[in-house]
Design a protein around this ligand. Structure first.
Ligand code: PMP
Length: 330
């Protein structure tokens, strides 16, 4: 029998799959790790379990306690899922620009959301940072995971993602590529892979053009979940050999190609990571195996990256589309 006791037992051990079409002409093997197959739909399930385990162990989270975090995305889903299973309440603070679907995912798991105005400075009392700090102070038994600075984020990837990649490639991985948001994924996975390989695996970050990790100043970009305008404590730059900057246009075009040519429906940060991996892979040989982590699925982006009108409104004219009936009839 193969039956998981709870949904939390299904976090991690995501599969690797080889790319075939988008890698045409590339000698190296390029494998992608599908984090959207985690129960909450992203790599963030991994950090949620580890952060909550540690908070329980350290006495920061007691039975019936409340998790308070400013997050609109995948981290919220991971935390809400674990909190539901462990009997904690969740309050997520999000800016009003966050769409209804994203809010509804969080409330579906039983979380409460507090919406704050987008157009205020971070130090404004109404900003989403200020409101979450205040709620964490004022709600009795509140715990704030603080994913940008919590060492358990990178540790979760050191203990799970890294060993899975080493095991599933029989130690043949030569390069690891991941987008950088909090930096937890690349720091934890990269550290493990460097240690286990006697420091032969090369660790390559992918970053939206304009973000600090690739030398930018925080200029805005549209790809979600990656890039920063500050340096989070979860990121250790000494683990990373190189960071490749990718434009929104290239990230979104590749995100569409992954669905159209590989049957892999993922988010924009996944497309971004694959663009960086292919730029790297073009310089490698058939002895090399590149593993690219794809953080989440494409369902959350149907109204954006996979919507022609939205793409055109931002001038992304290089995005491939599927065939039309007219094509089929001629
Ligand atoms: N892609 C997406 C969609 C994400 O939500 C995140 C997490 N912010 C990342 C990539 C980057 O992961 P990390 O925070 O571990 O650097």
């Amino acid at each position: 029998m193969q039956i998981a006791d709870t949904i939390l037992d299904l976090i991690g051990n995501t599969p690797l799959v080889k790319l075939h079409k988008v890698t045409e002409g590339v000698a190296a093997t390029v494998l992608v790790k599908l984090e959207y197959l985690n129960p909450g739909g992203s790599a963030k399930d991994r950090i949620a379990v580890r952060i909550i385990d540690a908070a329980e162990r350290d006495g920061l989270l007691k039975p019936g306690g409340t998790i308070v975090e400013p997050t609109s995305g995948n981290t919220g889903v991971g935390l809400a899922l674990v909190a539901q299973q462990r009997g904690y309440k969740c309050v997520f603070v999000l800016p009003d620009k966050v769409g209804e679907d994203k809010r509804n995912v969080l409330t579906a798991y039983g979380a409460e959301i507090v919406v704050t105005p987008t157009s205020v400075a971070p130090d404004d009392p109404d900003s989403y940072y200020s409101v979450s700090d205040r709620l964490a102070r004022e709600i009795p038994g509140a715990f704030k995971p603080n994913q940008y600075f919590n060492p358990n984020g990178p540790l979760s990837h050191y203990e799970t993602t890294g060993p899975e990649i080493w095991r599933d490639t029989d130690g043949t991985v030569t390069h690891f590529v991941a987008g950088v948001g909090t930096g937890g994924t690349i720091t934890g996975t990269g550290r493990y892979l460097r240690e286990i390989s006697n420091d032969t695996v090369r660790i390559v970050g992918a970053d939206p053009e304009g973000s600090v990790y690739s030398g930018g100043t925080g200029r805005p970009y549209l790809v979600e979940g990656v890039g920063e305008d500050f340096w989070p404590g979860a990121y250790d730059p000494t683990v990373v050999h190189e960071v490749i900057a990718v434009t929104d246009a290239d990230s979104f075009a590749m995100t569409r190609r992954l669905a159209l040519e590989e049957g892999i429906l993922v988010g924009g940060s996944s497309g971004m990571a694959v663009v960086a991996a292919l730029r790297l892979a073009e310089t490698l040989t058939s002895d090399d195996t590149v593993v690219v982590l794809l953080p989440d699925g494409g369902r959350g982006y149907l109204g954006k990256i996979f919507n022609d009108g939205w793409m055109r409104s931002y001038g992304f004219t290089n995005a491939p589309a599927g065939h039309t009936v007219a094509d089929l009839l001629t």
